[in-house]
Ligand binder design. Structure first.
Ligand code: IMP
Ligand code: MG
Length: 183
């Protein structure tokens, strides 16, 4: 039987793109920058499940402000092609964003559809401000205009996994970010 390390099944070929130290350095910088920009405020970090989990946990520990955390999720229902997908935003009905400084925390922004739907949902509640921080940005894949205020790393069209990001729900526990090798 194969050993069951984190690189064990499911079988998938990938190579290291961003190692844990590099991610940690960048996440620290982002946290310090956010803390400076929101000085005197109590931002609400709104994590987009599930890709945000590792990033958000690390990021918030570098923001020395009286912040709060909440979560939101989005599901896409496909009608035919991926481009036709309809996005439904799911959120806790107790969550109130009116007058808050909302910082949406995303693991990755790809086409921008998910972030746009969430931005629309958040803006409808008249927050004092709303910005997006994403660990990974794939600007070349954009189909909707979304400009994250804070970006960890810009990458090309690669599919990446690890540090919270999945491939069919697996690999979120990789401590670094891997790029799926061309098959
Ligand atoms: P969107 O295309 O910007 O709406 O991104 C939709 C979702 O697809 C993201 O929130 C991720 O869950 C997922 N996704 C897009 N690109 C990647 C990737 O490279 N790795 C893992 N998940 C991805
Ligand atoms: Mg996914």
């Amino acid at each position: 039987m194969r050993s069951s390390g984190i690189n064990a099944e499911p079988r998938l070929k990938f190579e290291r793109l961003l190692d844990a130290e590099k991610i940690e350095r960048r996440v620290t910088e982002l946290g310090l920058q956010i803390a400076r920009d929101y000085k005197g405020k109590a931002p609400l970090l709104l994590g987009v499940l599930k890709g945000c989990i590792v990033f958000m946990a690390d990021l918030m520990r570098h923001i020395d402000l009286p912040l709060e955390v909440e979560f939101i999720s989005a599901e896409s229902y496909r009608h035919g092609s991926k481009q036709d997908a309809e996005i439904t935003v799911n959120r806790n009905s107790q969550l109130s964003l009116k007058g808050r400084d909302v910082l949406i925390v995303e693991g990755i922004v790809d086409s921008g559809r998910t972030a746009s739907a969430i931005l629309e949902n958040v803006r409808a509640e008249e927050p004092a401000s709303v910005e997006v921080v994403t660990l990974i940005d794939k600007p070349a894949s954009r189909r909707m205009e979304v400009r994250p205020r804070y970006i960890g790393f810009k990458i090309g069209n690669d599919f990446v996994i690890g540090y919270g990001l999945d491939n069919t729900q697996k690999f979120r526990n990789l401590p670094y970010i891997g790029r799926i090798a061309d098959q």
